[in-house]
Ligand binder design. Sequence first.
Ligand SMILES: *Cc1c(COP(=O)(O)O)cnc(C)c1O
Length: 373
Amino acid sequence: MRIEDLKTPCYVVDEGKLEENLRVLKRVKDNTGCTILLAQKAFSCFAEYPLIGKYIDGTTASGLFEARLGKEEMGLENHVFAPAYKEEDVKELVKICDHMVFNSFSQLEKHKDSLEGVSVGMRINPECSTQEDHAIYDPCAPGSRLGVTKENFKEEWLPYLSGLHFHTLCEQNSDDLKKTLDAVEEKFGKYLKGLSWLNLGGGHHITREDYDLELLESCIRHMQDKYGVKVYLEPGEAVALNAGYLVTEVMDVVDNGIKTLILDASASCHMPDVLEMPYRPPLKDSGQPGEKPYTYRLSSCTCLAGDVIGDYSFDQEIKPGDKLYFMDMAIYSMVKNNTFNGMPLPSIAVMDQTGECRVVKEFGYEDFKNRLS
Ligand SMILES: *Cc1c(COP(=O)(O)O)cnc(C)c1O
């Protein structure tokens, strides 16, 4: 099936692009000897885990369910970090994860006797904000709950730890990693020498065109050489950046002073980051409003007045039945969608290197009903 023939709405994962990204990540691994994990919270499309597992080393999870998915579907190295763990979850996690990262010494103390066979880490907070654009994604904002600050670090717990973990970046380049590492070294360097690993988290936009790979590699080598630690990276976005689409059909055109396309895809339900981040997703064959002759506001079938994806312009008039293709829709899309308004969930398809598409999952009424009672 070709992408034009898919029933909409549908997320399409582009395996050619995915593999291009994976080759870049593999090169970083080969050049430095670091270990790279998929952060599943960005992209849990497990149909692609066998492919991803050919290039990188495993998965990381935000809790039990993602950890189970990583274990079941990739079955390689499996890490987990959560701000807090339930006792019953820890019992499961220690069986399926090789690394567990804690967010506080109180959590470590609570679970310390259940961690046999697991490499234990502590998330640190280097208190080094490197971004202003997306405040909700800044774990280094004052008072942030994420990671132990230098002031709260308890040296007496070091014997329980094998590694440190930080995650402070979001869609950033390696210059910001460098700054962050300077802060990490200054505040926590003295603890690193006795430890066996350092996890640099995610948010590294490694597969973006302008990303400075050389600086990333020199950062990794520096930490390895100076402290003798194994370095982990756990990108989410970078794995599937620009490797997916959301295909939608135009259902109606409403003009109450603004020409508005009613789509069968919704920002609120199917691309919530558009409203949460917020951002205007790239759309194939479109321009900024007014740039091309026909400008429309793109909206959806939900009752939320603000369920607006953005304003776009086109070379030709858009009519009901036309298909539109949102770009870069593999990440933070299918993992975050919902059935608000009883909206159907988009199917998931994969497109192979020849452009042939295969639907790997369809959703229906039961998926809406089963999460309610
Ligand atoms: C979100 C997250 C990641 C992945 O971040 P990306 O921005 O998708 O690369 C990695 N590690 C942790 C702890 C995270 O919270």
